[in-house]
Design a protein around this ligand. Structure first.
Ligand code: URA
Length: 433
């Protein structure tokens, strides 16, 4: 098959055959395709989309592009969770250990930062020694030992997604519904869990900016999951404002730990508990409300925090960092962003806030860029807060002073002020089952 002809076909608006889609996915996985061919195909898909069949074939081919985790040796119900991506979204670091503490095994394959959004793999790699690239049998062994494992798309698990994910991140081809659906669902199918909860983010910091497109994406993924015989549901949650206060890799691990101690910000705690409740309900642990209570009890008794530390240790990380997050190295430079006017923060351009974080070094501008684990932002004021002139709006952290002026300017541009308090937005916008 000739790659250029395939690109031409998609560029001109024609549907690809199953064999052509498989060729695209498998040659991405075994690295026989050139990056320029893959990037051009991604852009052709971005403009001309994939129909339902093409999306299903791509999901299936990417799931089969490497090993499929065999969890048959793992006793009990196996759960998984995935977010479509947001800013300050560290819910996996909370949901996975809570659910595992409730007796549902969590076998989760996560991604790195994508576009302006953060990724769980980058966050976990802020912990010294932590390994996210695992052999398939090691992944299942760890799930067996502690009931919980969070791995990246390694050489063996979903290599096609690993390759395409990295290219999408740097070629402006992330925010495309079939590409998001196939990327997420290929990892969920290869991960092998029985029950899956999806967190479809909606708003200015999400890839889906409005409820209509978020619901369409949720329905597409739920349908793919059901077609593969999994129990699956999607929560549509607000991403018009960053989740929690901390954005950036080690800063987010620290905030997730605080939340596991029961001292987290309200919005982060609530979204995490909703996701836990839905996943536990799918796993047969009770009604939604009973499951929410069960999940909450695992924050209160400290067992979820212990579970996270156990997983960190088994994946080669230094678990001391979970018990004492002050051990994380601090960024060398910081800048207080001071309010220049008095009033309510009426809106935050959350994608803009995420991009500031990337500019500070917490994300990648090029595929080969390394991440600065200590770079990021702590938000002192968020949408709906009243601010007096002179108060601190946020603190920016980085290890290269030259980033600070532009980051501060961009951060200010992402905020809107008004003299009236904006309406409160519900965190849960819908459920697709
Ligand atoms: N998360 C993924 O794993 N893939 C996407 O495309 C978006 C979010």
């Amino acid at each position: 098959m000739d790659f250029k002809t395939l690109i031409q076909k998609k560029r001109d608006g024609f549907a690809l055959t199953k064999e052509e889609i498989e060729y695209f996915a498998f040659s991405a996985a075994d690295e026989t395709a050139k990056d320029y061919h893959l990037a051009a195909m991604l852009m052709a898909i971005f403009f001309n989309s994939l129909n339902e069949d093409e999306t299903l074939w791509l999901t299936d081919a990417m799931a089969r592009s490497g090993d499929m985790a065999d969890l048959s040796g793992v006793e009990g119900v196996k759960g998984d969770k995935h977010s479509t991506g947001g800013v300050g979204d560290k819910t996996t670091l909370i949901v996975a250990p809570v659910v595992a503490s409730c007796g549902v095994k969590m076998a989760k394959m996560s991604g790195r930062g994508l576009g302006h959004t953060g990724g769980t793999v980058d966050k976990l790699e802020a912990i010294p020694g932590f390994r996210t690239s695992l052999e398939t049998n090691e992944f299942t062994d760890i799930v067996n030992k502690c009931g919980l494992c969070v791995a990246g798309q390694s050489g063996k698990l979903c290599p096609a997604d690993k390759k395409l994910y990295g290219l999408r991140d740097v070629t402006a081809t992330v925010d495309n519904m079939p590409l998001i659906a196939s990327s997420i669902m290929s990892k969920k199918l290869a991960g092998g869990a029985d029950c899956i909860v999806l967190d479809v983010k909606c708003g200015s910091g999400a890839f889906m900016k409005d409820k209509e497109s978020a619901t369409e994406l949720a329905a597409k993924m739920v349908e793919i999951g059901k077609g593969a015989g999994r129990k699956i549901a999607a929560l549509i949650t607000d991403m018009d404002t960053p989740l929690g206060k901390n954005i950036g890799n080690s800063l987010e691990v620290a905030e997730a730990v605080e939340t596991l101690r029961g001292n987290g910000p309200e919005d982060l705690t609530e979204v995490s508990l909703l996701l836990c409740a839905k996943l536990l309900e799918l796993a047969g642990k009770g009604t939604f409300d009973e499951c929410r209570e069960l999940a909450k009890s695992k924050l209160d008794d400290g067992s979820a925090l212990k579970k996270l530390a156990e997983m960190v240790g088994l994946q080669g990380g230094d678990a001391q960092y979970i018990y004492d997050t002050d051990l994380f190295p601090k960024a060398e430079f910081s800048r207080n962003v001071i309010a220049e006017e008095t009033g309510y923060i009426s809106a935050m351009n959350t994608e803009g806030v995420g991009s500031v974080c990337v500019a500070l070094g917490a994300g990648r501008k090029r595929k080969e860029d390394s991440i600065d684990p200590s770079a990021g932002i702590i938000l002192e004021k968020k949408t709906g807060d009243y601010v007096e002139k002179g108060e601190i709006l946020a603190v920016l952290y980085c290890n290269d002073e030259v980033f600070l002026d532009e980051a501060e300017k961009q951060y200010r541009q992402s905020l809107s002020f008004s003299q009236t308090k904006p309406d409160t937005v519900s965190l849960l916008l819908g459920i697709v089952e």
